[in-house]
Design a protein around this ligand. Structure first.
Ligand code: IPT
Length: 868
């Protein structure tokens, strides 16, 4: 049996020791751009490293070859897509040969020349003019080689051979697409003799500064009065460090992370993560993410009151950290180690506890810590994700503590808190989180965070407000990180694709579509909800009293404008972490900061029921306003959400399964009996509809009663009207109720009561996997307008409304957004109530209070026609 080099468990060979990322006046030559490229489905490419590949294809660097027509993307979550036989990998090991001519710049006199790779997935070998320079793995980690001796000063052939699979793949089993190649920047660096190769700067919250360098240096700081750094006020100062040969500069921030008992602190004040998990991902370029994309994402996070990022599950492009330093985001930086697939074989052979892997583990931790040790935004190191437990992780924790005593250590699977400084859990139930808050369970002496919670897959997560209430109630809980920031859909043929769409024999479907923003970066309703819940200035009404909470740790409300009914309110400056009660406030209030609405408080609307007495009974009309009425049916079903498809931590049977078992998806109407029932069951609904004249309009009263004793929560309960119209997406939908976005009983913090208006098309939320969406709650009045007229619908009591240019069945059957086509019917769903969303796809199911359980409902609407 033969072992290939990429199956030898070893740290990089021929590489230089890891060091800090520094901005320098020494020369840098980017090697990004067009490279010659040859792709082979197996490791043996038959290509000579000395061959410049002049006649080959070309490929951009950075990029993934699967996104340029070579091989295919593949998605698995936990499972390895190959047999678990470490360190061996399949015979079918796609391999890319990269070539490019490099020339040492003339003005780089003396010193050394380094070749730096910031990210190559998963294992590669480097040659210059056919002479081997080294080899490395650690896909999301920087590695440098000294090529001084190999460069001639003329045209030199740089060859890089990259294999998709290697021993390294066994420790890179993160939940994401398998994508290969040189996907981050490559550069040549000049290192002058007597230069500054490394620096370790510790700038503390009290203004003290220590600069450690391997050579004697002079330094200067561009500052007169020093303000501490925080995500709220990311004060940075330019530090210049020089020798005669080189000057490097760093943006430093003064801050101290500390732990006092079970409290996590920054500069002595509570450090509470209002965070998200962020992967490198872009719908067109995969993990090769442009600077513009990163900037856009960071701005979007800040705008939505997010103050922290966990770099799940590997170090990001260094540019991302510089953005976090500058814009103000707390970062838990995570090492590129995940061996999750071993869990499926009972953790047998897990590299985390195998001495053969010790050097590889330590090398990965070192490369992360050394590169980013000067970043003020990095407030914690994470050993990795889902890699079980073992001595190699314990050794990484011990080494890190010795190297950097200023940052706590995180690792979720160290469940007893042996090596870590914070206790971390994923997706706890509400009950469990509350118990942890009270100091019950393992490691009660440590602060606690949720490194993942609020699984944002499809429509959801619901129930975030309940988590927030627990975080607020227990100072031991230092917040958490939503899973996850962005959907990982890859754009192909005009639609976003997920697992299975590339013909993968083994895949995990849409589990990779679980972000707060859609692949095109449009915020989902989940992000709007999160922003409202994480607001730094929270407003709530208690009768006529407005209660204002300043949740910032370092910022007072001097720059916040509180306004009601067009007038500014007279609110004194509220210090950080304090609250204020303003009495006698009679209308809705907004808090605005820098032109951005931070929060809204709505006074519960006083519902004036448009009760119109029923007049003479009439038969069912064949038109409603400008629309022919093509159908009316009981509506007790929804296109299952991704959360409906899973039982959740606290259940055994998913909502969808329970609903299907009750036949809600296949109710049959028997007109003679006025009943909707599924085949084979005696349960169902009895429905009585009465039409009557009502002033200038038509009144419909619907009485729905469940048959039998069943208690199952219902997805919704009401009626659906099919209104014929040639272009249903363009119909203008106006309503008085919660909006403008969709809302559900456990997701309604980001909407407010008012008059809202948009087209039916705009009222659809474009989830990558089509599913229930677009519900509007607490509606009392709505209208639907086409050029020829307008139909107004007023309810006797508030109702839930959804309007769609397609049927529930079409929504349910479509697997990708582009499969949904508008027809000639506008579907109008009017319900007495709906069930919430929960986060059962990975977390707790819908909480009891958010389940719609009524046994009997009465709905009444008045339809009026307004001609235009
Ligand atoms: C958790 C993983 O850490 C994360 O990467 C992602 O896969 C998430 O699940 C699901 O989307 S692990 C799980 C066992 C809780």
């Amino acid at each position: 049996m033969m072992t290939e080099l990429f199956e030898v468990i070893e740290p990089p060979v021929g590489a230089l020791p890891a060091r800090a990322r520094l901005r320098s006046d020494a020369g840098v030559l980017s090697l990004d751009g067009t490279w010659q490229f040859f792709w082979s489905p197996t490791a043996d490419t038959g290509k000579d490293p000395a061959d410049p590949g002049t006649t080959w294809d070309t490929l951009p660097v950075p990029s993934h070859w699967q996104l340029h027509g070579y091989g295919s993307p593949a998605y698995t979550n936990v499972r390895f897509p190959f047999p678990v036989d470490p360190p061996y990998v399949p015979e079918a090991n796609p391999t890319g040969e990269y070539r490019r001519i490099v020339r040492r710049p003339r003005d780089w006199r003396g010193g050394r020349v380094l070749l730096r790779f910031d990210g190559v997935d998963s294992w590669f070998q480097v040659w210059v003019n056919g002479e081997e320079v080294g080899r490395a793995s650690g896909s999301r980690l920087t590695v440098e080689f000294d090529v001084t001796e190999q460069l001639t000063g003329g045209d030199d052939v740089l060859a890089v051979r990259v294999h998709q699979w290697s021993f390294g793949s066994y420790v890179e089993d993160q939940d994401q697409w398998w994508l290969s190649g040189i996907f981050r920047s490559v550069a040549l660096l000049h290192r002058p003799e007597g230069g500054i190769d490394d620096l370790f700067v510790v700038a503390a919250g009290d203004g003290s500064l220590s600069v450690t360098a391997p050579v004697p240096v002079r330094w200067s700081l561009d500052a007169t009065d020093i303000q501490p750094w925080s995500a709220e006020k990311p004060a940075l100062y330019r530090l210049s460090v020089s020798t005669d040969a080189e000057t490097v500069s760093l943006d430093i921030g003064f801050r101290t992370v500390s732990i006092d008992g079970d409290r996590l602190l920054l500069n002595g004040a509570p450090l509470v993560f209002r965070g998200v998990n962020r992967h490198d991902i872009d719908a067109r370029t995969g993990r090769a993410v442009s600077r513009a994309r990163m900037e856009h994402d960071v701005a979007l996070m800040k705008k939505h009151n997010i103050n922290a990022v966990r770099t799940s599950h590997y170090p990001p492009d260094p540019y991302f950290l510089s953005l976090c330093d500058r814009q103000g985001l707390y970062v838990i930086e995570e090492c590129d180690i995940e061996t999750h697939g071993f869990q499926l074989v009972g953790w047998r052979g897990n590299p985390s506890d195998d001495p053969a892997w010790a050097d590889v583990y330590l090398d990965r931790m070192r490369r992360m810590v050394e590169r980013d040790k000067n970043a003020p935004s990095v407030v914690m190191w994470s050993l990795g994700n889902e890699a079980g437990w073992g001595r190699n992780l314990a050794a990484n924790a011990a080494w890190t503590k010795g190297r950097d005593s200023t940052r706590p250590i995180h690792y979720e699977a160290d469940e007893e808190g042996v090596s870590v400084d914070v206790y971390s859990r994923m997706y706890p139930t509400y009950e469990k989180l509350e118990a942890i808050g009270q100091g019950l369970g393992p490691a009660p002496e440590l602060p606690m965070i949720m490194c993942e919670y609020g699984h944002a897959m499809g429509n959801g997560p619901g129930g975030l407000a309940d988590y927030e209430a627990i975080i607020d109630a227990y100072p031991r809980i230092a917040g958490g990180f939503i899973w996850e920031w962005a959907d990982h859909g890859l754009l192909r043929d005009g639609s976003y694709r997920y697992g299975g769409d590339f013909g993968e024999p083994v895949h995990d479907g849409s589990f990779v579509i679980d972000g707060l923003i859609f692949p095109d970066r449009t915020p989902s309703p989940g992000l709007t909800e999160l922003a409202a819940i994480k607001t730094p200035v929270r407003l709530s009404f208690d009768g006529d009293d407005l209660f204002i909470e300043n949740r910032w740790s370092f910022t007072d409300t001097a720059d916040v404008v509180f306004a009601a009914a067009g007038e500014n309110l007279d609110v004194p400056v509220i210090p950080p972490l304090s609250s204020y009660r303003l009495t006698g406030v009679h209308s809705d209030v907004t808090a605005t900061h820098d032109g951005r609405v931070l929060s809204r408080a709505r006074r519960p609307p006083s519902v004036v029921a448009a009760v119109v007495r029923a007049g003479r009974s009439i038969p069912r009309p064949d038109r409603l306003g400008p629309f022919p009425l093509a159908g009316l049916t009981l509506d007790a079903w929804r296109a299952p959400t991704e959360n409906d498809r899973f039982p959740g931590w606290d259940g055994e049977v998913s909502m969808e399964e329970q609903w299907r078992a009750a036949g809600l998806d296949r109710l049959v109407f028997s007109p003679g009996r006025g009943r909707y029932q599924p085949a084979g069951l005696d349960s169902g609904f009895e429905v009585d509809c009465r039409w009557s004249e009502a002033g200038g309009g038509i009144r419909l009263e619907v009485d729905i009663a469940r048959l039998g004793e069943w208690q199952l929560p219902l997805p919704r309960l009401g009626i659906a009207l099919a209104l014929r119209t040639p272009d249903p997406g363009s119909v203008v939908f106006e309503w008085l109720g919660l909006g403008p976005g969709e809302s559900y009983p456990d997701s309604r913090a980001g909407v407010w009561h008012g008059e809202h208006r948009m087209s039916v098309r705009e009222a659809q939320t474009p989830y990558v996997v089509p599913q229930e969406n677009g519900n509007r709650s607490e509606v009392t009045r709505m209208s639907l307008a086409v050029p020829s007229g307008k139909l107004e619908i007023a309810g006797d009591s508030p109702f839930d409304a959804a309007v769609r240019p397609w049927s529930t069945a079409a929504l349910e059957n479509a697997r990708h957004a582009d499969e949904l086509v508008e027809g000639d019917v506008l579907w109008v769903h009017l319900a007495a109530g709906v069930t919430g969303l929960g986060s059962a796809s990975c977390g707790p199911a819908v909480r009891p209070a958010a389940r719609f359980q009524a046994a009997r409902v009465r709905l009444a609407f008045v339809f009026t026609t307004l001609t235009s």
